[in-house]
Design a protein around this ligand. Structure first.
Ligand code: RAM
Length: 330
């Protein structure tokens, strides 16, 4: 019979090499700010990917407010924790680059999603959809709500948000061409993806622009806050809100008439895909070269463009006919 110590040692060695005991790859999902339903849905997708990939543990984190400084602090602590990958929706395209470069120098794979990091600060960026399509969709929905003419304003997230700034630029290109030249963009304001600030900014627009016909909010936080402000101020019918929103947060506003239609892609699929892509980099199945095909698991495969970016599906439009059905999911 083996001595008890030998038995114990043998058991420990077996446990260390058994597949179930293998340390999981820690992949951090760093979002613009916590408390945003859009990112909670993305995290749901991230958890799905982790379950499917089996050897992944998700660290879902982000600052309380959507600032680059808050994200830099988090990145530095993730470097210290030796995570395998950082999947980030950036509050600034440039400010995070030094911290993310430091992470990459330590072997951490960095993928941005939703809101991008400049090319030298990540291996890949996953856009939810084509930026040009999103800009066009926002303008189209505005015209569907108010007709061909009128003053419109944008209520955005933070002033440095990569994604919103790109979408606003795309909107401006579309607004400069027929049949949209009758829509006059009079102001762009920032609610910082905080409900109360977004609400106050919407109220500010009502005061500053008495003839305003539409608020376009390319942020899920802003669009819901603006719609609530329109309802509270009894402006339903006189002023319409549109933008990018979550069906679960917008169903009531469509019902009230403050919103005719809004759009979004599937945030669960976006979180799933970004984590899946990061896992490909961790395991050497993706390197981050132009033209390379990267697997997004059940969502499909994307090819990286010259800027190491890829885009997922088209934005989907919601209105009174379908919003309730999707409100159950995100
Ligand atoms: C907010 C965030 C996010 C954006 C969505 C549409 O939740 O700003 O980055 O993609 O809106």
């Amino acid at each position: 019979m083996k001595k008890p110590l030998q038995v114990l040692l043998a058991a420990l060695v077996c446990a260390a090499f058994a597949p179930g005991a293998m340390a999981a790859d820690k992949i951090a999902l760093v979002v613009k700010s916590l408390g945003n339903g859009f990112f909670d849905a993305a995290n749901q997708g991230a958890q799905e990917a982790a379950k499917e990939l089996k050897d992944v543990e998700i660290i879902y984190t982000g600052p309380a407010k959507a600032t680059a400084e808050g994200q830099i602090e988090i990145i530095n602590s993730l470097i210290a924790q030796n995570v395998k990958a950082i999947v980030i929706s950036a509050n600034d395209p440039d400010a995070l680059v030094p911290a993310l470069k430091k992470a990459m120098a330590r072997g951490i794979k960095v993928v941005s999603f939703d809101s991008g990091v400049r090319k030298d600060g990540r291996l890949m960026h996953l856009n939810p959809s084509s930026n040009a399509l999103i800009g066009e969709k926002l303008v189209k929905m505005t015209q569907d709500a108010i007709g061909a003419n009128g003053e419109i304003a944008v209520l955005s997230a933070t002033a440095q948000a990569t994604n919103q700034n790109i979408w606003i630029d795309e909107m401006k290109k579309v607004l400069a061409k027929p049949p949209y030249t009758g829509l006059k963009l009079v102001s762009v304001v920032y609610g910082d993806d905080q409900t109360d600030k977004s609400y106050r900014e919407a109220q500010g627009l009502f005061k500053s622009y008495p003839n305003l016909k539409a608020i376009v909010a390319p942020t899920t936080v802003g669009v819901a806050a603006a719609a609530k402000a329109v309802q509270d101020e009894k402006k339903v019918g006189a002023l319409f809100v549109t933008g990018l929103g979550l069906p679960s947060e917008m169903a009531g506003h469509v019902k009230s008439g403050a919103v005719k239609s809004f759009a979004i892609w599937n945030p669960i699929d976006l979180g799933y895909s970004a984590v899946y892509a990061a896992h490909q980099f961790v395991h050497g199945k993706a390197k981050g070269t132009a033209g390379e095909k990267v697997s997004l698991g059940r969502v499909g495969t994307v090819a990286l463009d010259a800027n190491n970016e890829a885009a997922m599906a088209e934005p989907f439009t919601y209105d009174a006919g379908n919003v309730e059905k999707f409100a159950k999911f995100f």
